[in-house]
Write a protein that binds this ligand. Sequence first.
Ligand code: BGC
Ligand code: BGC
Length: 954
Amino acid sequence: METASPTIAAFIFDLDGVLTDTAEYHYRGWKRLADELGIPFDRQRNELLRGIPRRRSLELLLDGHPATESQMQEWMERKNRYYVELIQQMTPADVLPGALDLLEELRQAGIKIGIGSASKNTHSVLDRLHLWDYVEAVSDGYSVQRQKPAPDLFLHCAQQLGIDPSQAIVVEDAASGVEAALAGGFWAMGLGPEERVSAAHIVFPSLEGVHLHDILSALRNTQHATCNWLIRETEFDPERLHHQETVFTIGNGYLGTRGTFEEGYPGARPATLIHGVFDDAPIVHTELANAPDWLPFVLLVNGERFGLDRGEVLDYERTLDLRRGLLTRQVRWRSPAGHTVDICIERFASLADQHLLAIRYQVTPLDFDGWIEFRAGINGHVDNDSWQHWDWVDQGNEISTVWLHSRTRGSGLELGQAAGLLIRGGREVRRQVIDCHNNPTVVAKCRVEQDRTVIAEKLVTIFTSRDLERDIVVDAALNKWEQLFETRSYYEKLRDAHEAAWAKVWAASDVLIEGDDAAQRAVRYNLFQLLIAAPHHDDRVSIPGRTLSGFGYRGHVFWDTDIFMLPFFTFTQPKLARNLLMYRYYTLPGARRKARSNGYEGAQYAWESALTGDETTPRWVPGSTGDLIRIWTGDIQLHISADVAYAVWRYWQVSGDDEFMRDYGAEIILDTAVFWGSRAEYNAERDRYEINDVIGPDENHVHVNNNVFTNRMAQWHLETALETLSWLRREHPGKAAELEEQLDLSPERLAHWANIIGCLYILHDPETGLMEQFEGFFELEDLDWQALEPRRRSIQSLLGIERTNQVQALKQPDVLMLLYLLGDQYDLETKQVNWDYYQPRTDHTYGSSLSPAIHAVLACELDMAELAYEHFMRAALVDLEDVRGNTADGVHGASAGGVWQALVFGFAGLRLTADGYTLNPRLPTHWRRLAFSFQHHGLEVRVDLPGSSLTKRR
Ligand code: BGC
Ligand code: BGC
């Protein structure tokens, strides 16, 4: 795709390592000091000091070597003395190759040049190098207080040059400098090895041989690469209204907001779902309550109300920028009376401040002078599929803000929201408040001229009584609004902070694919949806099956989170993974209540879980013909308890977070093991333990006995519990004793566990390697799949619940799921035999969305990369292309997490081993590159395939 270069009006150069090698003189200064102190120091260690302020550099050099404050001072001064002496010897010959040619070229092209260097010797270095002829502005170690990675230094320089950051490119050789440039909204050009400056928009090894046109064309390509961050809709299709509302969901780990339009649309399903804001509901017990809508932003053009269902839409484009977390809509609209306007609306939910939401509206009249009016409100008249959750408590307004105070009807949670409106560019602005009950609205009307753009910014603040005392939720929302106003933190400044927060998140979590734009975009889309759904600052909530993007499954949490989504976080955002696991810890009381009410001991996790951990699966739901259907999952889909333990164990292995394991993880694993110990039944006749009357992962078959997945996972769980306890006894005997007492882990109980481990019935034929999904599965009727094609429904909905239970048709992997989770315990032959049996008997197209990604991983292992790719894309596109026809109910979070697993465990073949990890890449033939990072015991590991594969850094 051909895209124009961005306009670049200025270059801001870092000095050290960019225009000259003072890095070399710094090294020699530090080296001399280190030698004198007798501390080992070489060029490799010096790498850690690049772009780092003096004091921190010294600390790194000392590396724990004891020092008093006055010694530190003296050493810093000494090093600086050596350095200043050394740079006196500099001459123009010390300008790095290529730099002078580029500076000359920039000067001739009329591009401004600035220097942004943290060094306090910047001026004297510029003197020695004779560079003053080129330079128009210098910002150095004396110019600002906050050093890189804060953007202040570059912003200072841009201001002196009189240039907007978006029109300037910063040239840097250090990671912290690149981060500073990005945080300031600059273009960033990195010099040096890719792993050091990879966050920059473009990277060159050095300035040698680099001309202006190389830089501009690299920027153009980057913009092409930018397209791989964009989800675009170029035509509005009312038929796909609800699907696209889900697709364009934004969020910030605190709340999610569906992509409904600010001005509304007939039949729209607006929803903002806030983590933990549950309210009572019939049938489903409790559900996330759709919060009062913060989006309403109505535009009147000479008195005519803008909407896509009226007038004429001449141009339309909606874009979700995944990298920056921005949703934008550009519309050219002609009103029924013939007034044409260009409209650009952008919104975000701040990742830098979770209580902050923002919308910017830009309107340009194209063929008239006249009046336009904005109405920005908070709408409390909302529902969940017509079920009302909110009571109005109070509302009010101040000059440019309105506020609304609401309370959920059953759970009594309180919500405070404040919204304000700022106008720029209009004349004769008239303000007013419409204090409509439960829908307070600020109005601003202004005079506009043809071709002049008016900007309206709506900033919304939001707090709940889960964050604060209930009676101050409104005060908090208003205070925050005032703070923004007082510190003049308006839209652009807030957006910069938001984007910088995203840059950080992506630096750890992005996966790069070259050679397949569709896959690249889809992957990022899935990761984006996971990242906005994970609670960032709350460890008492978790990610619902359909994230925070729709009403499907009512905000309930399933094994989808622990098994499908969690690995992405465990490996790339361990803090968020920990939050998700802490949720399981805090809901142990609910799991204990469930075990007790079923007559068992220990903790039995709910199949569907909400705030307390009590079971929230509906027992009866109305079927399509009005009859009632009994849902058994909440009663007998037991494997969830082993899944949670599995997630805890894996997190511990990958992160090495011993403290979590000691204080929380162990208790989860042990008390759920207590449950299994009381649940397994002894069959005296056959002298074995059994687990009967369950549902395995394949929900097409209910009330089955000895499901291999359940039994084998329970067995693994009991083994792991014993291992956990011996680790605890060894490393933390106090904690071990405490849990032994609290959970009654008597020697008899542990012996009982060992017994079950030894005699639990596992349907695995040692001769053939084949496993039978449950007792009697092989006797069920085989289905003629071809005869049912083409179909657009699941096997279960075609054949009915009863008959599906009687045939060998799987909704999702079950035996194969086991072979995936406990993959290191089974050989390839076993995997192949079971794949050959079960793969053709699974409903891949309309069964569970959890299925395709897992098949993709196994297909890679069995060396079928092309088949793996087919399964992979089915998972990756499930929501973007509404592959299953139910995206309107929300994003399929488990599938999104599965997509990451398919990339990392499937195509890259990453496996953890006892002493590290291995890769076994099997890329689809058209992929040129697959690169990503992960964290292992606090170290970041970068994988770049094919070719040089692993680099570790601290
Ligand atoms: C699947 C379950 C899954 C649930 C929520 C069901 O259709 O069979 O495995 O946990 O959806 O996504
Ligand atoms: C899912 C179950 C779930 C039930 C009730 C079914 O569609 O497959 O996993 O428990 O809905 O929410």
